[in-house]
Design a protein. Structure first.
Length: 317
């Protein structure tokens, strides 16, 4: 049987174009379900400005004018869906990149690593889709706040599930992964990604040139940092068209509506902008990435030190 490869190619191309035209785009209402509240912004800033930031030494080589961490060190772009779990997703992506960068140094990983934030969400005594902050997750993991469940693991071992207005049955089902007798992970071998320490790169976003330079050095060394920014009603329009650039600086949004805050991963920069890896799926913005103008970040910017514990269940004779 002979195949007309030219026709097949153009048929596939046509289907891709049609799919891109009719795919559902995020509305502002969708975005508002994925962020944390204005009240939580105030609390985060007040608490995190008290953190002591750490100066990152200059690398031996000159830091480039433009830089983006190679995607082989990054988590696949994840999708939190219409749930305010952005901080858990951001920490999950941060753990992935900081771990891979430290483990492989100048060599590239040969496989993508997809971790899941579900353990964090199941164990926290808080509504699953109500905001939190990355620093609190980091603190909880370091202090073993969730006891034997103070870790995250591979997506395949504990996939992401959520509910906004949870029924009692849904809530119980999700929380099972944080109950020792119910947790299926403890009955099999799995990897536990745990934190040994963390670094505060900034306690006040990118409000000064010193903080901008410190964030650059941290990204160059560790691959990525976590951060957050204010979400204004202009975001949906800005991120629905090229060049996918967004300005969330307070001074430049006085006539716009503040909707809440959002946690993201910073994986690079160009002059005047940070390269952002988001958690709204690959169908959003530039395959899940966009540019955020300098001066937009708020509160703390963090990176973490990660180790992996190979868990093996006890065999009872």
């Amino acid at each position: 049987m002979k195949y007309n490869y030219k026709r097949i190619f153009f048929a596939i191309l046509f289907l891709i174009i049609i799919a891109s035209i009719f795919k559902k785009k995020l509305t502002l209402e969708d975005i508002k379900t994925r962020i944390f509240s204005v009240k939580e912004i105030r609390l985060n800033e007040k608490r995190e400005k008290k953190l002591v930031y750490e100066y990152v030494p200059k690398p031996e080589e000159k830091i480039p004018k433009d830089y983006v961490t190679d995607k082989r060190f990054l988590s696949p772009v994840l999708n939190q869906k219409n749930c305010g779990s952005c901080t858990a997703f951001t920490l999950t992506a941060l753990i992935t990149t900081n771990y891979l960068r430290n483990k492989h140094k100048d060599k590239f990983p040969t496989k993508k690593m997809k971790l899941s934030p579900q353990m964090l969400l199941s164990c926290r005594k808080h509504p699953f889709c109500k905001g939190w902050w990355v620093y609190q997750w980091v603190y909880d993991l370091l202090t073993n706040a969730y006891k034997e469940f103070s870790f995250i693991t591979h997506w395949k071992d504990l996939p992401y599930v959520f509910c906004n207005q949870c029924t009692k049955e849904e809530k119980t089902r999700i929380e099972k992964s944080c109950i020792k007798k119910e947790n299926k992970l403890l009955k099999k071998e799995h990897d536990q990604f745990r934190l040994s320490s963390f670094k505060v790169i900034s306690n006040n976003g990118d409000s000064t040139q010193m903080f901008i330079d410190n964030i650059k050095k941290a990204i160059y060394k560790y691959g990525a940092v976590s951060a957050s920014f204010r979400v204004y009603n202009t975001i949906q329009n800005d991120l629905s068209k090229r060049p996918y650039e967004h300005d969330a600086a307070s001074a430049n949004n006085k006539n716009n509506t503040l909707e809440g805050g959002h946690a993201i991963l910073i994986v690079g920069w160009k002059d005047g902008f940070w390269r952002i890896q988001n958690s709204w799926g690959t169908g959003h913005a530039d395959g899940g990435f966009f540019w955020l103008k300098w001066g937009s970040l708020m509160a703390s910017v963090l990176c973490v030190d990660v180790f992996v514990k190979k868990y093996k269940p006890l065999i009872i004779q």
